[in-house]
Design a protein around this ligand. Structure first.
Ligand code: ADP
Ligand code: ZN
Ligand code: ZN
Length: 748
């Protein structure tokens, strides 16, 4: 059956036109599902994406499509369906979801190239130029350039009648038309790079790896199911991924391997590229546009059967997808911070459901959400509890900074850490020093007893506001005066806390003037590729000590590092966020996991004001299951995820007065909606705030937030949707930006 109408989502940012529109398909125009098209819209010419076809139109006056941009579709029906789900689930406009699924493909510009097959001096050519003015002009323009010319350039120089003769000249064998962009040539180049990689011998799997692989295979018989691979650091998860991918490829299917940040973990790409030479494509933001296009085309052509990539690679246009692997599934980078604020884990599972394949989530420190689902049987739990070759997990010692202070040591290094650093340097081995710090740190800690002031309602650390001399809760807006003496031990050593990598670097330079130090943090890695340079330098022994922030926790493998020191474990512990303990445990476990990965045994020293906090004590003992049991109780008591979903609405504006008014209106509207809900639903929902965001001012805009908690995502969305509608109807929302985040990973 022929379809007469295309359903098009127009590229316009306006929630009011967040739907598809019908356009008539002109005769002879080839339009496929997922193609970008040019359409008339409100007396303007806009781009849009075809998301469906129909034989009838709901309205009588239908305008025709003007043109089709793509010669083939980059969006499969499955990916269109995935976008539709994203728009609905994350409350974002459909076009935004579509563009998020498509972004890199949008950049694949395939220029049409014209070249002459006959010389200008050829008698046929001369005759043409003399006798057929229009065609002659076209031919001469191409032939004179002596190399292929872009059709777009010809269109600029020649009139329409000449261009219209292109087909004719191609048919007569005088001109040839092709795409320029020569993907094959470029990807051949990429291939050579791959060949240069050492092809690894296939390894003998350890018994745990063999068992894990078998369990994954069993799960594979149930399409759409998820396996959680909980494997301690160094247990050899990568090898399990490789063999699972091999099985999928043998079935003629393809696989997607997602990693948190590929530029920090180039090893994983190397592993796959050498295991499946010529069949692996890589997708991440640090690639140039041309490189990305090469990889894309290889995927579209079915040549690349395995894609290794970061977050957005979850949308890679692989056909016959058989497996999606999410490595380090607990990582925060899997959550997109811009709208649509999706989480890779959720999108991967939806995609797996749509195409009937499986998902493997892997981590040494699974997210509470995932491990809870594994324990209740929703995911299949696969454990790998030993390191490869029975290598020991590194012994971890904690140092109580309160006691260091009592001995009069005010330096940032404890006696123990200093001693171990000295030993390590004497042996000619390497050290990683980890500074647990985020962009800002303004909690109040008592340096004598370790006490941190928390909200009595939310059990979240209060944030210090210097100007007001106040402590404030960023969930519920509770406030109190900042104490002058510690309420627990009456010490005057109570102050807000913060420490930078530069300070650490300086102190090392004084203590160990002979050692070279490298620094890896956001400041040091501003330039693209800078962190790779730093890490390569360190790997090659260019420095003895590497100082860095949480970036260091991400799966790095340095065999010569035998000492890892955590300068202060506490900053992340007191982030104003209910996940602060989980994040601390993850960071410490992952950082500790960097020690002793090679033949030489490693050791770890953690300095802290709270050595007894479970997230620190249990990381010291490498005991994730015990940490989980402890933390899940806290989550249950306060109704945090995984027991509830959280929806966070942030309002931002330069005018804080009006902003607060709006935030209050929104809070009011939300509470009204909640009351109006049927009892059975409303009872399990809760509204917190409005309160200023922990980052109250960002890029000159003030930010206030309202948090909605509840069991059912659907309820959260309908209450919020209705309240926002009211807000726009009855309040003055001019200049106010609103952003919605379902199950946010950060609360700043
Ligand atoms: P994880 O990702 O679980 O932390 P890796 O996959 O990086 O661990 O493996 C840890 C180390 O063990 C790596 O150096 C890897 O090359 C090595 N390894 C993995 N599996 C085997 C095996 N079956 N035999 C020998 N070495 C292995
Ligand atoms: Zn105290
Ligand atoms: Zn509170």
């Amino acid at each position: 059956m022929t379809h007469h109408f295309a359903e098009v989502v127009v590229d316009i940012h306006n929630r009011k036109v967040d739907r598809s529109f019908h356009y008539a398909i002109p005769h002879g125009l080839k339009v496929e599902l997922g193609c970008r098209v040019i359409v008339p819209f409100n007396r303007r010419t806009m781009e849009g994406i075809v998301v469906g076809f129909s034989c009838e139109s709901p309205v009588a006056a239908v305008k025709p499509l003007l043109d089709c941009v793509d010669s083939e579709a980059y969006l499969s029906p499955e990916l269109i369906e995935l976008s539709r789900w994203m728009a609905d689930y994350y409350l974002c406009p459909f076009i935004q979801a579509l563009k998020c699924v498509l972004p890199s493909a949008f950049n694949v510009r395939r220029d049409i190239i014209v070249e002459a097959l006959v010389a200008l001096e050829d008698p046929h050519a001369q005759a043409l130029i003399l006798l057929d003015e229009e065609a002659g002009k076209l031919f001469a323009a191409v032939a004179r350039s002596k190399k292929p010319v872009k059709l777009a350039n010809l269109k600029k120089r020649l009139d329409k009648q000449s261009i219209a003769r292109l087909d004719d000249l191609v048919e007569r064998g005088m001109l040839r038309v092709s795409t320029q962009f020569n993907a094959r040539m470029l990807s051949d180049g990429a291939m050579h790079k791959q060949d240069a990689l050492a092809i690894r011998a296939k390894r003998q799997l350890t018994p745990e790896q063999t068992a894990a692989l078998a369990a994954i295979q069993t799960a594979g018989q149930q399409p759409g199911s998820t396996v959680l691979l909980y494997g301690v650091t160094g247990s050899g998860k990568t090898e399990v991924y490789v063999e699972s991918v091999r099985q999928v490829l043998q079935l003629g299917q393809t696989a997607l391997v997602l990693v948190p940040e590929i530029s920090l973990t180039p090893q994983i790409y190397a592993v796959f590229a050498s295991a499946f030479p010529g069949q692996v494509a890589m997708l991440h933001s640090a690639l140039s546009e041309a490189e990305r296009a090469v990889h894309y085309l290889r995927i579209l052509a079915g040549e690349a059967k395995v894609v290794v990539g970061a977050r957005s690679a979850v949308f890679a246009p692989l056909k016959h997808l058989g497996l999606i692997i999410v490595d380090e599934e607990h990582e925060q980078t899997y959550k997109q911070e811009d709208s649509p604020k999706y989480h890779v884990r959720e999108v991967a599972q939806k995609r797996a459901e749509l195409c009937g394949c499986n998902v493997i989530l892997g981590s040494a420190t699974p997210s509470l959400e995932s491990y809870a689902l594994a324990l209740t049987g929703r995911y299949r739990l696969v454990n790998m509890l030993k390191r490869v070759d029975d290598r020991p997990l590194p012994p971890v010692e904690t140092v109580d900074l309160r006691e260091e202070l009592l001995t009069g040591n005010t330096s940032i290094f404890s006696h123990l850490l200093l001693e171990k650093m000295q030993d390590c340097l004497n042996r000619g081995e390497q050290i990683i020093l980890f500074l647990n710090r985020r962009g800002y740190s303004t909690f109040v800690v008592c340096r004598a007893c370790g006490y941190v002031v928390k909200c009595p309602h939310c059990d979240i650390s209060l944030t210090y506001h210097q100007k007001l001399g106040q402590l404030r809760c960023h969930y519920c807006n509770y406030a109190e005066d900042a104490p002058q003496v510690c309420p627990v031990c009456s010490s005057h050593q109570i102050r807000y806390f913060g420490l930078g990598t530069q300070r650490v670097e300086q102190e090392i330079a004084q203590l160990f003037p002979a050692s070279k130090v490298l620094r890896l943090d956001a400041d040091a890695t501003g330039k693209q590729g800078a962190h790779k340079t730093i890490l390569d330098d360190f790997r090659q022994g260019g420095a003895q000590i590497l100082v860095g922030t949480q970036m260091l926790a991400k799966g790095l493998d340095f065999p010569r590092v035998t000492l890892v020191g955590v300068i202060s474990a506490d900053s992340s512990l007191h982030m104003p966020d209910f996940r602060s303990k989980e994040r601390t445990f993850q960071l410490l476990t992952q950082v500790a996991g960097r020690a002793g990965r090679g033949e030489m045994p490693g050791q770890v020293v953690i300095q802290t004001f709270s050595p007894d906090d479970p997230s620190i004590a249990l990381a010291r003992d490498h005991n994730f299951p015990a940490f989980f049991r402890q933390e899940i109780q806290f989550r249950q008591t306060l109704g945090y995820p995984p027991f509830n979903h959280i929806l966070r609405v942030v309002l931002a504006s330069e005018d804080e007065g009006n902003l607060i008014k709006c935030a209050q209106d929104l809070g009011g509207a939300l509470r009204q909606e909640l009351v109006a809900m049927p009892k059975s639903h409303g009872q399990v929902m809760e509204i917190l705030g409005p309160a200023p965001s922990p980052l109250r001012k960002l890029r000159n805009r003030y930010r206030w937030q309202v948090i909605v908690k509840g069991k059912q995502v659907q309820d959260l969305k309908s209450v919020t949707g209705a309240a926002i509608k009211k807000l726009y109807q009855y309040s003055s929302t001019g200049g106010i930006a609103l952003s919605i985040d379902l199950d946010p990973m950060g609360m700043l």
